[in-house]
Design a binder for this molecule. Structure first.
Ligand code: MTE
Length: 316
């Protein structure tokens, strides 16, 4: 299925298209058979079809992508460091091969599979999404991945499955702050409501910028939920559990008033310590005006219906 959106993506620089196209060729060779480029997915409204040269279409005036070196060198990965700069080096010690994924809970057919075998069953495609951190910086990233829904389908969720819990890897020998029990409770845990998890915009990403996912960005597989604050997009996922009740999630447990379970991007609800009305695109210059934050990070057309009965004037 092709999902696209209007691409009102504001950012600072545009990646040169030729370089990007070359990268795509490299990746095709790198990642081999499971990789199918049916088109670029830039989150356009459901029901719209992709133009035949969707990639070229993506590079229209208002479509921009954050330079890869910024995305790979400014990270939040608290198992490794409290700084933005250190995960790029420290995360290299993470062991990611072999990597097993377990899907359990309220499902007909629980699954425990090597990631390579999971990928054989999935079609990896490119999805260009805005990404908005709760700290008010933002970026636009071309992810490689597949809809979480397509993996969940294979385990046949039961009707009792109302929520999904995601757990990151427990590897204290490679993760210094996990080893020291610093700051958060480990392993990192996140959660979604089942309809959010099954939404076609919700991805499991295995790559970015036409390359396998870098360790600091969540290799070998991470969640990407583009309409929610970035802390929901859990890295290095090893376990997915379908549950009857909402799981207790890492940040929500740490500071419930600051980090809600839903955490939908919302310019109208400030964080207790700062405004969420605007954001700083990574790479933007000091004097560049900040970008106005959009409700649901600009994906309202696709996801607002999920929250029809909720009072969005609160921070969830
Ligand atoms: N996942 C794990 N396991 N550990 C983390 O510290 N940080 C989250 C999220 N996923 C985090 C995580 C936060 S706060 C953000 S903003 C994004 O990852 C950052 O993703 P990036 O480093 O790829 O930009």
């Amino acid at each position: 299925m092709i999902i696209k959106t209007k691409t009102t993506i504001a950012s600072s620089e545009i990646t040169d298209q030729q370089i990007f196209l070359q990268r795509r060729k490299v990746v095709k060779a790198l990642l081999g058979a499971p990789l199918a480029y049916a088109g670029i997915h830039s989150g356009l409204a459901a029901g719209q079809t992709a133009p035949s040269n969707a990639l070229a279409a993506h590079y229209q005036a208002d479509s921009t992508i954050t330079p890869a070196n910024l995305v790979k060198n400014y990270n939040n990965y608290y198992e490794f460091s409290l700084t933005k700069e250190q995960p790029a080096t420290l995360a290299q010690s993470l062991r990611i091969d072999p990597w097993t994924i377990e899907i359990t809970g309220e499902v007909e057919r629980p699954l425990r599979l090597d990631l390579d075998d999971v990928l054989k069953l999935q079609t990896v495609q490119e999805y260009v999404y805005r990404f908005r951190c709760v700290e008010a910086w933002s970026m636009v990233v071309p992810w490689l991945g597949f809809p979480l829904a397509s993996l969940l389908k294979t385990v046949k969720p039961l009707s009792s499955a109302q929520f999904v819990k995601f757990t990151s890897v427990d590897q204290p020998e490679a993760m210094p702050l996990q080893a020291n029990n610093t700051m958060l409770e480990w392993p990192y845990v996140e959660g979604l409501r089942i309809d959010e998890a099954l939404h076609p915009l919700t991805l499991l990403a295995t790559g970015l910028y036409g390359e396998p996912l870098s360790k600091q960005n969540g290799a070998p597989i991470r969640l990407v939920v583009p309409w929610k604050y970035g802390f929901k997009s859990i890295k290095a996922v090893v376990k997915i559990e379908l549950l009857k009740k909402a799981p207790l999630t890492t940040w929500n447990k740490f500071a419930p008033r600051d980090y809600g379970f839903y955490a939908n991007v919302n310019p109208n609800v400030p964080h207790p310590r700062w405004s969420q009305a605007s954001e700083r695109p990574l790479g933007s210059h000091f004097f560049t005006p900040r970008r106005k934050t959009e409700l649901f990070n600009g994906y309202g057309e696709q996801v607002a219906a999920l929250y029809r009965t909720m009072d969005l004037s609160h921070f969830f």
